[in-house]
Design a protein around this ligand. Structure first.
Ligand code: UP5
Ligand code: MG
Length: 190
């Protein structure tokens, strides 16, 4: 696969747990490039690509888009970027995503940043986000929570067994969550 050597951190957690918000903070302080799989898929819909309608339907249903589509977008974004440190936000979402990404790109994450947040809090945040996301309605939110519990949590368990999960209590104000995040990215000698 002729890859440049890159460092990747997977940023995982339920819908509305604060992945995107904290990734912006990490970019500012630690020089990573933020790749949100969901943002890449939404951009693909907007670009009028041949997969656009399929992606739009899957997102509306809270379902996981076929991994070859998402991986192609992530791989392209990594290759086109001059940076060598990436936050991959909201991917992998199931076991198949994880295994396919690893075999296609040869990349294993440095660690997994996991935002742990109760469902009531995530629901409250999503319903008051108001950014016009087609999946921020209560019907789709319930579907996203189900897919997260059934398919995405097992991926976090997989990395937990490998000692790679850095778990953050995400049910606190943004600044407090970021304090905990900073500690994860700061070498212990500092
Ligand atoms: N907010 C954030 N932190 C807060 C805090 N500490 N206290 C109070 N409020 C806080 O935050 C959500 C909202 O909460 C914002 O208004 C924020 O200000 C506030 P945000 O940082 O946006 O949370 P995030 O975890 O990024 O939530 P998001 O909705 O983006 O998570 P999802 O995982 O649901 O969405 P994503 O974009 O990753 O995926 C969407 C869909 O795309 C999926 O459902 C799926 O259909 C599809 N998809 C795939 O198929 N494959 C993929 O690989 C990725 C996505
Ligand atoms: Mg997000």
């Amino acid at each position: 696969h002729a890859n440049k050597k890159v460092t990747v951190v997977f940023v995982l957690g339920g819908p509305g747990s604060g992945k995107g918000t904290q990734c912006s903070n990490i970019v500012e302080h630690f020089g990573y490039t933020h790749l949100s799989a969901g943002d890449l898929l939404r951009a693909e819909i907007k670009s009028g690509s041949e997969n656009g309608t399929m992606i739009q339907n899957m997102i509306k249903e809270g379902k996981i888009v076929p991994s070859e589509v998402t991986i192609k977008l992530l791989q392209r974004a990594i290759q086109e970027n001059g940076n060598d440190k990436f936050l991959i936000d909201g991917f992998p979402r199931n076991e198949e995503n994880r295994a396919a990404f690893e075999s296609v790109t040869g990349i294993e994450p440095e660690f997994v940043l996991f935002f742990d947040c109760p469902e009531e809090e995530m629901e409250k945040r999503l319903l008051s986000r108001n950014q016009g996301r087609e999946d921020d309605n209560i019907e789709t939110i319930r579907k996203r929570f189900n897919v997260y519990m059934e398919s995405s949590l097992p991926v976090i368990e997989y990395y937990k067994a490998k000692g790679k999960v850095r778990k953050i209590n995400a049910a606190r104000p943004i600044e407090e969550v970021f304090k905990a995040v900073k500690a994860v990215f700061t070498p212990e000698s500092e």
